[in-house]
Write a protein that binds this ligand. Structure first.
Ligand SMILES: Nc1ncnc2c1ncn2[C@@H]1O[C@H](COP(=O)(O)OP(=O)(O)OP(=O)(O)O)[C@@H](O)[C@H]1O
Ligand SMILES: [Mg+2]
Length: 259
């Protein structure tokens, strides 16, 4: 993306953001609440127009070639996207239709997705009876049914317990190594960013503060610096506890989010 800028009225959500994401890498976008992370994802997934500047995904321009871009990406939004009043199979069938999968391919992709999400045993249960971790696994499986080249995830493990979180991490690493997928995610979780990401960028008030590999960013701060120290140094926010920048929305239960 080149000099990407987004204005909401007179507010500047993104300010001339230029970034290149390497292929088949897990790229993490960090930054305090309101920094512009979701705005970047919405522009790259063609859901929102930039005010100025340009961005390409898989070589296609998001503004002039949105259909080519959409064909090659998967997207797991910040808010829940699975339908709680349907079963896992029904949610997967909906995604299959959305991506134009039919017949035997459709059926085998639904089976693959259930296996990937480890939901075979509860495939015909309503999703609103699932835990947050099960729902996130289902959503990732839904977003990858068409085998996209790039997967976008906006805060993929928000509100998940440490075990569920690690299971999601395992799935993302599998998509990178087994399917060669490029993964672009946002997170407030420093442990997640450190563990998963090959490259990180920190956004602060719509401006790019720093970009680099986690080890490189830590080393630049000091010999014993953690990623939380890197975050604080580049965004000026105060750490709440344990290296985890809590978002108020995290306190909401999954059930509540499903309605
Ligand atoms: N549709 C909109 N209309 C007006 N302002 C918006 C809109 N969407 C985002 N903004 C503003 O743009 C800025 C960036 O928002 P964005 O949602 O991208 O932040 P974020 O980094 O994803 O934050 P969070 O960590 O809380 O998810 C914020 O100031 C936000 O209020
Ligand atoms: Mg956001």
């Amino acid at each position: 993306m080149h000099e990407l800028t987004k204005l909401f009225g007179s507010a500047r959500a993104l300010d001339r953001l230029s970034l290149t994401i390497p292929h088949q890498c897990i790229f993490g976008l960090l930054g305090p609440n309101g920094a512009g992370k979701s705005t970047v994802i919405k522009i790259l997934t063609t859901l929102l127009d930039a005010s100025s500047g340009s961005a390409k995904v898989c070589g296609f321009d998001v503004a002039s070639q949105p259909i080519e871009v959409r064909r090659r990406i998967g997207y797991v939004p910040q808010m829940l996207s699975a339908d709680g009043s349907l079963t896992a199979v029904e949610n997967l069938a909906l995604s299959a239709s959305l991506y134009g999968l039919r017949g035997a391919t459709r059926d085998s992709r639904i089976q693959d997705a259930l296996e990937f999400a480890d939901l075979q045993a509860v495939a015909t249960h309503l999703v609103k009876t699932y835990s947050g971790g099960m729902i996130r696994r289902l959503e990732i499986a839904q977003a990858t049914m068409h085998r996209p080249d790039v997967l976008f995830l906006d805060e993929p493990t928000i509100g998940l317990d440490p075990v569920a979180r690690r299971t999601v991490w395992g799935r993302l690493l599998e998509l990178k190594s087994a399917n060669g997928m490029t993964i672009f995610l946002t997170t407030h979780d420093m442990e997640e960013a450190d563990f998963l990401c090959d490259q990180l960028a920190i956004l602060h008030q719509g401006l790019l503060a720093v970009v680099g590999a986690p080890e490189q960013l830590k080393k630049a701060i000091g010999p014993t610096a953690t990623l939380a120290d890197v975050f604080v140094a580049h965004s000026g926010v105060v750490l709440e506890h344990g290296g985890h920048f809590r978002d108020i929305r995290e306190t909401r239960g999954t059930a509540q989010r499903l309605g």
